[in-house]
Design a protein. Structure first.
Length: 384
């Protein structure tokens, strides 16, 4: 079995898309995590076994929740091997643990990722074999994926508690790829300040991700409530911890009437969005419709548009996408009281919309650099 390490404080790390460190840090503090420290692409924190479960079940913005095993300098393969072998892997990993190794290296002497994987695997096997008195490790049990990062010759070794990435909520079928990650959609809903009050609209809804994340946020529903995580199968974390955190998450849900609207010019996209909302359990909270964003004419007294319009990759597609954004901008400006948060990789978005943004925020959708243009007033800063 395993040692008593989980009874004390646990050093952990939540990875995230670049630009989401601030929202993720605030979220983790709200969950009761301690010593929360945002870094590039991740947020470090301390917690207990319940907190590990809570972060996996409840985080809207994290990509993975990682358990930090250790950090050390490794400018050579010998240093890498000895650094890994010195870690108390047996506190978490049983004798039959399957432990694949994945990671990356940047600006370091050890730049070959396959070689680093091989050395880390060998060192981990040496440590576990010595502790369990085994010359050969069967790796026939649960998975304990070791994730490493080496930056400027400093290596961090972590255990992946999440398994499947947290942005995969389970409501979008794997074969229906969408351009916007669920975690990024949740973050721009949060940045827009939507908490279930007022009207919410996405006139370029596509597969419905933004509207679905808005509905989940409005209800306070934990995004990982109905999925499973790698660490749920680890004996060191009692099963009741996960059960109690799920029960607590359900108890925090709200019940109310929400005005969330989602539309798209493509009927097939609207049908898919409605199916995704049904899988997410929020279909009744969203009003779906087929509509042309170029003729947007929904009135509101207090509403926010949060959207990610299409952007073409080829020249003719870019021209059409630009014309679409211009037409939408004209339609939006003709309405009253709609605030706008528009995410796009098109650097000409402000010119095409015809209005300067009140704020701009750099975000990344995977490796795609995007800008979130935030308009608090419809007429703010006209370019004309």
């Amino acid at each position: 079995m395993t040692g008593p390490a989980v009874s004390g404080r646990i050093e952990a790390c939540a990875s995230c898309l670049f630009g989401l460190e601030g929202p993720l840090g605030n979220e983790l503090r709200h969950m009761g995590m301690e010593n929360v420290s945002p870094e590039n692409g991740r947020v470090r924190f301390e917690t207990d076994p319940g907190g590990l479960a809570r972060a996996n079940i409840c985080s809207r913005f994290a990509e993975r929740i990682l358990l930090v095993l250790g950090e050390f300098r490794a400018a050579s393969f010998d240093e890498l091997f000895e650094g890994v072998r010195a870690l108390p892997l047996e506190d978490w990993m049983p004798r039959d643990a399957a432990f694949p190794v994945e990671g990356w290296s940047l600006e370091s002497a050890l730049h070959s990722v396959p070689d680093c994987q091989r050395i880390i695997k060998k060192a981990a096997a040496a440590r576990l074999g010595a502790k369990y008195g085994l010359g050969w490790l069967p790796e026939s049990g649960n998975e304990y994926k070791l994730r490493f990062s080496i930056y400027k010759d400093v290596c961090r070794i972590q255990l992946d508690t999440s398994g499947t990435a947290l942005h995969k909520r389970g409501y979008r079928p794997a074969h229906n790829a969408a351009p916007l990650r669920e975690t990024l959609a949740a973050a721009i809903v949060d940045i827009a300040g939507y908490r279930g009050r007022g009207e919410f609209c996405d006139p370029f809804c596509g597969s419905g991700t933004i509207a679905i994340e808005a509905a989940l946020a409005a209800k306070g529903r934990a995004p990982g409530l109905n999925r499973h995580f790698a660490a749920e199968r680890w004996p060191v974390i009692p099963a009741n911890v996960w059960r109690e955190e799920r029960e607590a998450a359900r108890a925090r849900e709200y019940n109310g009437e929400y005005r969330i609207y989602a539309s798209d010019i493509d009927p097939a996209a609207v049908k898919l969005a409605r199916e995704n909302a049904r899988r997410a359990g929020v279909e009744e909270l969203i009003e779906f419709s087929v509509g042309d964003a170029r003729r947007f004419e929904r009135r509101t007294e207090n509403g926010v548009i949060v959207t990610n319009p299409p952007y073409g990759e080829r020249m003719m597609e870019k021209r059409a996408a630009g014309e679409l954004l211009t037409s939408f901008g004209e339609a939006w400006r003709s309405q009253d009281s709609w605030r706008l948060c528009l995410l796009t990789s098109d650097e000409e978005a402000e010119r095409l919309l015809g209005v300067r943004a009140d704020k701009r925020r750099k975000l990344y959708n995977g490796m795609i650099k995007c800008t979130l243009y935030i308009y608090n007033k419809v007429k703010a800063g006209s370019l004309n």
